[in-house]
Each structure stands twice: as structure tokens, then as C-alpha cells.
Design a protein around this ligand. Sequence first.
Ligand SMILES: C[S@@+](CC[C@H](N)C(=O)[O-])C[C@H]1O[C@@H](n2cnc3c(N)ncnc32)[C@H](O)[C@@H]1O
Length: 524
Amino acid sequence: MHSSPSPNERTPLHTQMALAAQGLRGVEQGQSAREIVAAWPPSPAKPGAQALLYHTLRHWGQVRALVAQLAQRKPHPQVQALLAVALALLLPQAVSDAPAALPSYQPFTVVDQTVQAVRSHKRLAAQAGFVNACLRRFLREQDRLLALIHTDPAVRWNHPRWWVQALQDDHADWQAILAANNARAPLTLRVNTAQGTRDAYLARLRDAGIEAWPVLEAGIELAKPQDVHTLPGYAQGAFSVQDAAAQLAAPLLLGGLQATPEQQGQPGQMLRVLDACAAPGGKTSHLLEWAASHRLPLDVLALDVDAGRCARITQNLLRLGWGAALEAGKASAKGLEKAAEPSAAPPDSPTAEGMPMDARPAAAAPPTSTTSDTALRAALRVTVQTGDAAQPEAWRPRWLGEHGLLDALLLDAPCSASGIVRRHPDIRWLRRAQDIDALARTQALLLARLWPLLRPGGRLLYCTCSVFHREGREPIRQFLHTHADAALLGDMLQLLPTSGAPSAGDPAGENHDGFFYALLEKKA
Ligand SMILES: C[S@@+](CC[C@H](N)C(=O)[O-])C[C@H]1O[C@@H](n2cnc3c(N)ncnc32)[C@H](O)[C@@H]1O
């Protein structure tokens, strides 16, 4: 019996190639691949075209150089892009490193379908013969052509030259980083432990015939990536998609965080945590989950400068079952506004906010039970706010009161994203060398502006998904140099992307993105 054909098999390759080539031109003009694909209307060609686009981006250094060798004069941009998509499929290594979504095509099929794609484009039809000749020449002379271009680092590593140089400057094992960037990332989940245990979710996956294993405290790595919407419990918020390296943030910040003696004496008192660059909320929800399972009463402000992305934080929190915590956040903000009226208690007095609501997700909250259970249950609330983290005066009064201080602060700063290239193969082509300077300035500014909000004894976790020292250890060293009241707790942690090779003592396990962490404490 034949199984039903996948959309890729039903859609001619040339239709998928034409769409992927259009996407490639979008990336060339500075658009992100994710945005490009999101804007494509649903069609049977879409999944295959996306796989082709991402595959070509992984080989773009190489195929661009090949197009330059094969075409004496620059062809029309759509023809150039089609040649790039075709050559990425014809490369000798394409068979071994193509994503599962791409079937392996015979070279003559690729040539034929590229010619078809050119012919079906009215204005380009005349170039069909030229495209056919280029691709056949590549098949005849590939060894010579590949050897000719191989000495260029942009070709050898499929990264811009400045990027290869920056890694060489920063890391002895720069080649391993580049190799990992070109490998495919696993699908890693973080189980929503406020709803159920990791073991219980592993059992659900097993029942569904999905092979997976545990990573870190609450993570799961799947043997084969698949559409997350098809995994059990997605809509009910059973898990989030989050790389293992990013799953270190919540435990690093909250583990070992102590309430002040005054807070310990106040049974309803919550620890105040700012997630300063929070969208789309991957770490915000982890803070809540971690607090729920460790019974830490937490009041989180999830702040982001981008209103559209703030909406995604709320959406994600609702999917994960944090509706009650969001309601509690709103109620608390109202309380604070009232408290600002002259007759009310001082703004940063805990009593001005009233008793925090029990705000665990509805699915996880046990029914009203014994008093001791109720006392033990973590009280949690979260507020999503659009605002510039570098201008606390605009959002601080409403949430913290005019002079209120934070117990903890997560600064997941905007960065080059150079650590997550294996998931986003377009990033390396979209960034410019000068972007790193601008990002480093923003990171330093955010650190300096947010630090005064922390109480003595409070903690700030600075992180970036970058592997460049300019965005990691350098701003932190500089900050420690200029802030005598800041102490580094433990060592800075520069995680490098790995592709599944066992690495002794790596706190994020064997297969994760690149990430940087530094935990600072304000001296009392
Ligand atoms: C690395 S992403 C954060 C990822 C998020 N923490 C998570 O785990 O899902 C950086 C975020 O910083 C935000 N951002 C950039 N500049 C900002 C600023 N000045 N104030 C607040 N947010 C900012 C961006 O909009 C972006 O959403």
C-alpha cells in the first residue's frame, strides 16, 4: 500500500524553487527569512519552498561564488537566485545535510526543474538555455570549480568574512563554532512544570510514538524535529519551544535568590523581578514555571520596547495557562494607582497592594484545600508592559512605585544573535560588522540604566544569544570596572554552539545554541 504523497511530492519542484528564489531575494534586500515565509500565503508549495530557502541560506557563500564563476555577466536577480537554489541542491554534500523536509532529487531533475522555473516566468523565459548550460557545466566541472573557490573563508564556512574573522579573534575553537552553525539544530522543548512533570510529558510523547529524552531540569530533546503544533498538548500549554542554553536563565537568576529579612516577615510579600527585554516571553514563562515549582512568590514585569512583540508575550502566557497571573498583575497595577492618591499608604509599601492573589495557572491550581496548602502555594503575578528599558522613569512608577526597588532583573539584551545561527541561517547574511558596535552600545546603556533599580543584595542576570565577546564578557568587564557596587557571582559563562558532541562539564548539555551569561549582585 502507498502512503499518501506529502505536499512536496504533490507540488512540482519548479514551483517550490521559484518561491524559494523570491525569498532569497528578500533576504538579499535585508528581510528576515522568518518574516518572508510568514508572509507567504498558505499553499502546498510553502513547506518545500521554506526548506529550500533555509537550505540555500546554509550554503549561500558557496553557491554565490559558484554563480559568479558560471555566469560571466550578472544575470537577472531572479535567475541568479534560482541558480543559487539549484546549486545548493546539486552540491556534493547536499544529500547528507539536506533537511528531512527535502527529498533527495536526481541532478537531472534539478536541472530540468530549474529550467522549468525560468520558462514559467514570462520575462525570463529567454534565459532558459543559459541556465541549463550553467547547471550542466557545474555538473561536469564541479570538482575543479569547488576547488577554485574553496580558499575564500566566506565559501569555506558559508559565513561573511568579517564574521569568520571575529570568531577567529575571540575563540581558539572558532572552526568548531562555524561547523556547529552549519549543522541542523534539534527541536528542544521546555515542559511547563506548572501543569505537569517532565516525566509525565515524556510518557505522553512515548505514547504518541515520538522518541525523545530529558535535558537539564525541565527540557526534552526530540530525536527528530516536527511541527510543534502536532505535539501532544501544544494548544493547552504543556510546553514551550526553547533551546537548552536558554533554559539556564531562570534557574541562574532565581536559584539562590533570598527574600530580605523584611520580606520574610511579610507572609504575602512577593519578590519583584523585571524581565527587561522580554518578548516573545520564553524566559518570562520560565521564570513563572520555575517559581511555581520552587514555591517562590513572584511579581514579574515583562517589558519590551516593541508593542507587537509584547502582544506575543501575552499570547504565549495565555497559551501556557498564566491567565490568572496576568489578571493579578492588572489588579495590582490598579491598586498601585490608587495607592498613589494622597490618602493611601506609601507607594512602595507592600500593604498598599493588598494581598497578592493566588495566581497559578487554573489547570495547575488545586481546589481550595487546607490552610497550610494554601500558604505553601506560590503566589505569582505578571504584567506585560510596552516600554523602553533604558527609560525606567516612564514605566517604573506604575509598577514599582516611584522609589520601589527590584529583587532581581533579567536583561536578555538585544544582540547579534550570533549564537543561534544554526536555527536562523539568514542571520549571518543580514548582520553587518558595524551592527556589533551599535549593539554593544545599547547593551552597555541598558545595563547602566537598569542597575539603579536593583535593591542591595538583588541580582541581575545579563545574557545574550551571542558568541562575540563584544556582546558578552567585554560589556560586563567594563560595567564591573565602572560600578564599584557590582560583584560578579561565579564565572561568566560563554556557551558555544554544539552539534551533539559530548562535552564534559557543559552546563547546557550536548546539543545547544551559543549563549552568554553573567550573574551580578549588588553589594549591600
Ligand atoms: C533577545 S530578545 C528577548 C527574548 C526573550 N527574553 C525571550 O526569552 O523570549 C531581545 C528583545 O529586546 C527587545 N528590546 C530591544 N531594545 C529594547 C529596549 N530598549 N527596551 C526594552 N526592550 C528592548 C526587543 O524588542 C526583543 O524583543
